[in-house]
Design a protein around this ligand. Structure first.
Ligand code: PLP
Length: 398
């Protein structure tokens, strides 16, 4: 047996893989599966993106890129955020391999063993493992479904200590779609500032909202990014999940330190991908309006369909990102196709996959075992069939 580090032994594997593996096995066996588990948009990036990448290949973009990113992309990122009102320069930008690596680098840069990081749960599946891999301790502040998954600033403040190095915010959120209002953001920000904790604002879904625009967090109290870090990426807004281009913007010393981590791990992002990302950021942005309109129709179809299924309940219609995170705890105690009593969201997701052929991610990996995550960034007709299938599957539970 290979002797593995305690670090890796202590990190839990993602529970999303189990359902994915099961969905793939059923599809291989010829079952028709509707996949609502994917955390990625189903639309295409603007055509200019591919054109720019091909041009980069033809121009011979074969060499290592600068660790912190190509200067024109860093400038474009800074410019995009200046356009929102921030006072930020290109030397405050680090280009990373997706938003994920920006967050990973931040955990490595900010945490010493035993340090704490505050995470609002339900939370994206990698926040806590990344904190733990850096030797830190994640202090979770639950945000209840009944409260629309919005944080209670007093609970956040109570979780902060002199060991808190950062507070992670994600609005609109994965998996809940919740968009945090300005008042709560201000209160959390003030509490973090009072203990000297950095605020990391994961804004990957900021551009995808259906009602009010989401707040770019540091605009509220820290527009030149002295104690706030924004994490963003081309993954969701421009439908470029596979291109692996993200960025962080933050205090100069912190960005420099995170660049040092990156210089010893992945180095700079591929020049070709950076050229594509540059085209995405600087090209016309009018593609997004129709995408949001289509997502709104899908969301409303799914919300209306779920409302008619007893046992699946959505406390609030989320106003951002492309996920629903309904509660399924009223189905606990029923029996799945194998006769076993359903005890948690993992059991429910597995039973509904088996009976209805609809794949969803159980809430456990996000820190909420009463819910399942459904992505509606998928074809409208699949969403309609998913609703019919789920209604039938639920009615078959024992
Ligand atoms: N942050 C959130 C909230 C996410 O949902 C994701 C991906 O699903 C990421 C970060 C990582 O994004 P990327 O694919 O750019 O690494």
């Amino acid at each position: 047996m290979t002797r593995l580090s305690a670090r890796v032994r202590n990190v839990a594997p993602s529970p999303t893989f189990a359902i994915k593996a099961k969905a793939q096995a059923l599809a291989r066996a010829g079952r028709s599966i509707i996949d609502l588990s994917a955390g990625e948009p189903d639309f295409l990036p603007p055509p200019l993106v591919g054109v720019a990448a091909v041009a980069a290949v033809q121009a011979g973009a074969n060499r290592y890129a600068p660790v912190a990113g190509m200067m024109d992309l860093r400038e474009a990122v800074a410019d995009r955020y200046r356009g929102l009102g921030l006072d930020v320069q290109s030397d405050q930008v680090l280009v990373t391999h997706g938003g994920k690596q920006a967050l990973y680098n931040l955990a490595q840069t900010l945490l010493d063993p035993g340090d704490e990081a505050v995470v609002l749960t339900p939370a994206w599946v990698s926040y806590i493992p990344q904190i733990e891999l850096a030797g830190g301790r994640a202090v979770c502040v639950p945000c209840d479904p009944e409260a629309g998954f919005l944080p209670d600033p007093d609970r956040v403040a109570a979780a902060l200590t002199e060991r808190t190095r950062f507070v992670l915010l994600n609005s609109p959120a994965n998996p809940t779609g919740a968009v945090i209002d300005e008042e709560r953001l201000r209160a959390i920000d003030a509490a973090a500032a009072a203990v000297g904790a950095v605020v990391i604002s994961d804004e990957l879904y900021r551009a995808i909202t259906f009602d009010e625009p989401a707040v770019c967090h540091p605009l509220l109290a820290d527009p030149s990014l002295e104690r706030t870090v924004i994490v963003d990426a081309v993954s969701k807004t421009w439908a470029m999940t596979g291109w692996r281009v993200g960025f962080m913007l933050g205090p100069r010393d912190l960005v420099k330190a995170a660049t040092k981590i990156q210089s010893h791990s992945t180095s700079g992002v591929c020049r070709i991908n950076e050229a594509g990302a540059l085209a995405a950021l600087t090209g016309p942005q009018d593609f997004l309006g129709p995408v949001i309109d289509a997502l709104r129709v899908r969301r409303d179809t799914l919300v209306a369909g779920l409302a008619a299924i007893p046992g699946i309940s959505l406390d609030v219609v989320p106003s951002g990102a492309f996920y629903l995170f309904p509660r399924v705890n009223d189905l606990f105690g029923r029996r799945g196709p194998d006769g076993k009593v359903l005890e948690n969201a993992g059991d429910v997701a597995a039973a509904l996959l088996e009976l209805g052929g609809v794949a969803m991610v159980p809430g456990e990996g996000f820190g909420e075992s009463r819910c399942v995550r459904m992505s509606y960034a998928t074809k409208q007709e699949d969403i309609e069939s998913a609703v019919t299938r789920l209604a039938s599957a639920v009615s078959q539970l024992g």
